[in-house]
Ligand binder design. Sequence first.
Ligand code: ADP
Length: 549
Amino acid sequence: MASMGDPMQGLMMDMPLLITSLIQFAAQYHGDTEIVSRSVEGPVRRTTYRQVFARAQKLANALTAYGIQSGDRVATLAWNTDLHLELYYAVSGIEAVCHTVNLRLSDEELIYIINHAEDRILFFDLDLAETVDRIASKLTTVERYVVMTGPDHMPARIPDNTVAYETLIGEESERFAWPTFNENTAASMCYTSGTTGKPKGVLYSHRSTVLHAMASCYASTLDLRTHDVVLPVVPMFHVNAWGVPYSAPIAGAPLVMPGPKLDGENLFNLMDAEGVSIALGVPTVWMGLLDHMDAVGRKPNGFDRVIIGGAAASETIIDRFELDHGVKVHHAWGMTEMSPIGVVNTLKPKFSDMSRKEQMPIKVKQGRIVYGVDMRIVDDAGSVIPNDGQSSGRLHVRGPWIVDTYFKADESALTEDGWFDTGDIATLDADGYMHITDRAKDIIKSGGEWISSVGLENAAIAHPAIKLAAVIGIPHPKWQERPLLICVAEEGEELPSLAQVKTFLSDQVPKLWLPDALEWVDELPLGATGKILKADLRSSYAGYTLPEK
Ligand code: ADP
């Protein structure tokens, strides 16, 4: 018979999962481990977990003295540096919300997001002073500005009520009595990049952040270890640098913060000098680094593996890293709404004896499901389809580090049965490998079949004359839509004709996918997180006429 009454409770400690515990642990047991930052002022700055924690306490005292209270939003407009790390821990640790704003957004978008979040203080890096000064009069809730430098580096143009970071924390004590509170309290906030409409705020909790950080360290996730040297190229304003500022302290791993200089040469030199073993970022950043690695004919000292996410990693990029330079590639996928990690690509042992050619179709998949994230694939009618690795449909997810409701939204973002629809079209197989075939709004519908724009782009970039490629659907009277391939040429290569490109692609993609037209452009529009802006392309090519067949 089923037991009646309350279930028997476990008799274990009930300790909330709070973000402060991460840095406290690193400061105590990995106190001398270095955090190396390329400062916005220029020079490389060296500090440690112990010092970051001490300075975070000074900042916590300063913020509390100023009157920042539980739930208040404190914004940052800043690059990846040790100061930004101090802000992460100080703000969340006093029960306030660290709102990282994407500094690549337009003035209008910045104003919208900062006002929507109702940020009270705005911390900004030196090189953003002009931007902040320009928009300050439109920021309705910001009372105070803090420029992240010392008093001797004050920029010429700043809003009136601006103080230097070092002045703000200067006299404060290095001791702060961190409060204990409910683990579901909000800790940080990040807005989606708005490629799918108005930016929406995702409000992470202490619990979701700590669980995500713990899961990030698994061997089949990022496999972070004490002996790693970790470089998050992915910005701290882009889904909390994929959680690295929280996971590296668990591993006790040194952090290398690249500041504002993300071009191939600067990244290479910093990585080489610091012996970075693992680096994380979007494909566009890696193209720059790879070009520099090719030019100097070697990889940075100690570079062991690279995590590529945010947009699809093509076979070409995987080969360039792995075959040309001996750097292991792990493809990964996630979203702002997922803190962000959903899948990371590691090969199961049963695939290890396969040839590289046989492994490649698995390696290009976005990755293997991480414990803590649940997934399902749903067809247009809303029915769940089998995890056979073949049938594609809308990817739904759920788990303790996935959004429930957007900030200030009236209703939950979930389906009636509690799943989050990612807007991606994917397949999932019985081993848990997920493969994105497209974003729902980018997929090209042609004669009742689907053409994956991502699949076609990846096939096209393998052509030696094509550096970057984007595919959009153009309306077609008979087929509904047909693909237009828009390319940026590789320097010094002769431009192939449409017919030659089609011949090249015909081995790799179904005949139906072959593009009806080809356009060469000098550059493709990239969004604030380094993704190609398909919506912009669609409007630039609205009214485009496909050649007669
Ligand atoms: P936004 O949705 O506003 O672009 P995110 O940075 O949260 O902002 O992007 C999440 C989306 O990026 C995913 O839903 C997916 O479409 C795309 N994405 C992320 N990683 C990959 C990847 N490895 N391959 C293909 N697409 C990816």
